[in-house]
Design a protein around this ligand. Structure first.
Ligand code: NIG
Ligand code: FE
Length: 407
């Protein structure tokens, strides 16, 4: 008897493949999904399977009548940090603004103090509960930024801690260097950008500690000219860029990011038409972060109709961080993306699968298609829109990575 060609075959389910251009959510009813060597070997109607299940696969799994989607991708997080900012939450509720707290030495700098106080082991330990919460909701790829160290040693330590998380849990961790997140108290802004450009970036590149470089272009952070210096050096070192842009004001950050062919521009509450057009031309993904919008009680929504009109791909992420977005639920972001930003449930789901992959420069995931990584989630739902509709319910049955079915 010859060995079955596939490691696993899933039956008795629908597939929301998220392949664009066909049925909504790429939906296939009564589907079959075959997996071989960690890749999708078959996805299509069960009726079109070329042989009997037993002849095709070593393990045949029952999908329990649920829906299988690509594994979820959280493409913008600041997951590794020390401490929390519950006190600032109280202050904001009392009327203090996020900017005023930051200017008074709180905000990001408060978390920098708490993060610098932890060694790598303690940083990993502090982060695991947050990571586990995301994994329980079907996250299979996560981006994690530095940006709470703001010294060469502390930034590199944060990136190493993030890398270690990927070895400790069944998740692909993609790290982003965000040295230009805030100006630390021991430097002025230009001197700090010198340090980022001349010391941190070359080390990050040499030690391969990050897949991308990010910056915060804002009145309380870095100017467009300073951001440009960071981007130019990143590009010279062969690292793609992304940007926290147009979150609290319009600095022209999205157009600047597009000039550097950025993978993504993120937040974008104050994006204008010129910025959207530039992003479309450059293929830069718009990463919307409804958790930060909600937690800061913002009222100026990102211009979703403009993004649609220009054909800018839209992704959604948690922005998980201790200040503007203490969020560890990507499913909640689907709901908020719809209720706060008026995305459709299909757009929201594309935002945490297909377009989130693109925001990370990853072309091997985010869609269930033959040849793609077999990262998938089986949900106890009847239709993909239920993932965005429910608030606080996690209907995950199983996460699949390669040929492993992880409970
Ligand atoms: O994405 N906008 C800048 N950075 C984070 C917030 C970081 C913090 O407040 O600690 C964000 O919202
Ligand atoms: Fe962020």
């Amino acid at each position: 008897m010859t060995a079955a060609p596939w490691d696993a075959l899933w039956l008795n389910l629908s597939a929301a493949t998220m392949a664009p251009g066909g049925a909504a959510c790429g939906l296939i009813a009564d589907a079959a999904i075959g997996i071989a060597e960690g890749r999708v070997a078959y996805v299509g109607p069960r009726a079109d399977l070329p042989d009997t299940p037993a002849a095709l696969a070593r393990d045949v799994h029952d999908g329990e009548g649920g829906v299988m989607t690509p594994g979820l991708i959280d493409c913008h997080t600041h997951l590794v940090y020390g401490g929390n900012r519950a006190r600032e939450f109280e202050m904001r509720l009392g009327g203090a603004s996020y900017e005023a707290i930051a200017r008074a030495g709180g905000g990001i700098l408060a978390t920098v103090r708490a993060t610098r106080a932890l060694d790598e082991d303690a940083l990993v330990a502090a982060t695991l509960p947050r990571l586990d919460a995301l994994l329980r909701e079907g996250v299979t790829t996560i981006e994690i930024k530095s940006g709470y160290g703001l010294s060469t040693h502390a930034e590199l330590r944060q990136l190493r801690a993030a890398r270690r998380l990927g070895a400790l849990r069944p998740v692909d961790v993609r790290t982003t260097f965000l040295g230009a997140h805030a100006v630390p108290p021991e430097h002025d802004a230009d001197a700090y950008v010198d340090l980022v450009v001349n010391e941190m970036l070359p080390l990050v590149a040499a030690e391969r500690l990050a897949e991308a470089v990010d910056a915060f272009c804002e009145t309380i952070a870095f100017t467009p000219a300073q951001t440009r210096r960071v981007f130019a050096r990143a590009q010279a070192l062969g690292l793609p860029v992304k940007l926290h842009a147009e979150q609290l004001s319009n600095q022209g950050g999205a157009a600047l990011a597009a000039e550097f062919s950025a993978l993504s521009a993120d937040h974008l509450e104050w994006l204008d038409e010129a910025g959207a057009a530039a992003m479309a031309r450059a293929g830069t993904v718009a990463v919307l972060l409804p958790g930060a919008f909600y937690a800061l009680r913002e009222t100026h929504t990102p211009p979703v109709p403009l993004l649609r009109a220009h054909g800018v791909p839209i992704a959604l992420a948690t922005d998980s961080n201790p200040g503007s977005s203490p969020v560890t639920s990507l499913l909640l972001m689907l709901n908020m993306g719809c209720t706060l930003f008026r995305l459709t449930p299909e757009e929201a789901l594309a935002g945490v699968t297909r377009n989130a992959a693109r925001a990370l420069g990853l072309s091997d995931r985010g869609v269930l298609r033959v040849g793609m990584r077999a990262d998938a989630v089986l949900w106890r739902i009847g239709h993909p829109a239920e993932l965005a509709y429910n608030i606080g319910l996690c209907p995950r049955i199983a996460t699949v990575r390669g040929d492993e079915a992880l409970a």
